[in-house]
Design a protein around this ligand. Structure first.
Ligand code: KIV
Ligand code: ZN
Length: 392
């Protein structure tokens, strides 16, 4: 039996707070509907003390999607927690997510507090949050640069105060998988069944997903992530990459989520249309080129058997179809296939002539649109698609 891993989506909070990603309340509502359809377990809808918009979004989303666990972020202080609790007051399944930094560097320069003060504030915050909600999550910000003995002490203390989930973020994306796995393993052993250990990884070294997977293998059972990997600086761990790693490699990653993978692409597209940028073309799973093949050897293998060069069926993530890109690396097989798809029935000589003209031009071009391929076919054969069809 695969172990269940809970997905905590923070697209509307950590994602939204990054440059170019701010969203209005109606935009958050539209995305929340898609995230719910996608099957996220917990939806972090905002940081209510930060703005009226965040407050309204938490309030509106938690009323509209009453069957979903909706989280609101709060620093470990009374005004923040009271504001989060107010935003969640009509929620059926509210979660208050409170946090404070625990690393020496944050204590010394940012908070100017001692370890004992931070521990006391963390416990007080969780105690106060529990007076408003049964479901309280505590995050030890910058956990990966925190002294491990102190971190364990604080984890035990917040659980004793009532936290049900303890999140250990790699806030600055500093950790590497082996090290993060060891940290999570130690905290998961210390907490046993008394709380769920959660992870939250940033991508400053491009390791957010690898670190999240290592953490799950070490005992974490909640992953915080975002669609398209948006988030502070280089972003957060990408939900779609985590889910598809579980789906594609159950032999090594026997974990289950509730995600309906067929909705991944449409959520990614809606997010891209809502904020100011989409995923980079070569982004795993949802990028424009994630299922595109240009090299002749790849195209030939793919046309013979898709799985030679594709480990994921694009339909499984809602991508309409794989694309064979016609460019200078393409081969005869892909060109023939495209001509057929465009309605032309070429004989061997016509295909040879087309291929020769195509390769000469392809050296100078970045790729061919369908209209350009049609024009080339007309040039070398004089054939039109309508005429080809009439000859059938
Ligand atoms: O990166 C981080 O540490 C955070 C916390 C608020 C969970 O976003
Ligand atoms: Zn974060």
């Amino acid at each position: 039996m695969a172990d269940r891993v809970y997905l905590f989506d923070t697209t509307l909070r950590d994602g939204e707070q990054s440059p170019g990603c701010s969203m209005t309340v109606p935009e958050k509502m539209r995305l929340a509907a898609k995230l719910v359809e996608l099957g996220v377990d917990i939806l972090e809808a905002g940081f209510p003390i930060a703005s009226d918009g965040d407050y309204e979004a938490v309030d509106a989303i938690s009323r509209e999607f009453s069957w979903v666990q909706v989280a609101a972020l709060a620093r470990a202080n009374t005004p923040d927690i009271e504001r989060a609790a107010a935003a969640l007051k009509f929620a059926k399944r509210p979660r208050i997510h409170t946090f404070i930094a625990t690393s020496d560097i944050h204590l010394k320069y940012k908070l100017k507090k001692s370890q004992q003060q931070v521990l006391d504030e963390a416990v007080a915050a969780v105690t106060l949050a529990r007076s408003y909600a049964d479901d309280v999550e505590f995050s030890a910000e910058d956990a990966t640069r925190t002294d491990w003995d102190y971190l364990e002490e604080i984890c035990r203390a917040v659980v004793a105060a009532g936290a049900r989930t303890v999140n250990l973020p790699d806030t600055v994306g500093y950790s590497i998988p082996e090290e993060y796995g060891a940290l999570i393993g130690r905290m998961a052993r210390a907490l046993g069944d008394s709380a769920i250990v959660s992870v939250h990884c940033h991508d400053d070294l491009g390791l957010a997903v690898a670190n999240s997977l290592a953490a799950v293998q070490a005992g974490a059972r909640q992953i915080e992530c975002t669609i398209n990997g948006i988030g502070e600086r280089a972003g957060n761990a990408a939900l779609e990459e985590i889910v598809m790693a579980f789906k594609t490699r159950p032999d090594k990653l026997p974990y289950e989520t509730k995600i309906v993978t067929e909705h991944i692409y449409s959520v990614s597209q809606l997010l891209a249309q809502t904020i100011t940028f989409g995923p980079q073309p070569n982004k795993a799973i949802v990028g424009e080129n994630a299922f595109a093949h240009e090299a002749g050897i790849h195209q030939d293998g793919y046309l013979k058997e898709r799985t030679t060069y594709e480990i994921i069926d694009p339909h499984l993530v809602g991508v309409p179809a794989s694309k064979l890109v016609l460019g200078k690396h393409s081969g005869r097989h892909a060109l023939h296939q495209r001509a057929e798809d465009l309605g032309f029935d070429l004989n061997k000589e016509e295909l040879n002539a087309l291929y020769e003209t195509f390769t000469t031009l392809a050296d100078r071009k970045k790729g061919f649109r369908n209209e350009e391929i049609v024009a080339l076919i007309h040039q070398v054969t004089g054939q039109t698609a309508a005429a080809a069809a009439a000859n059938d």
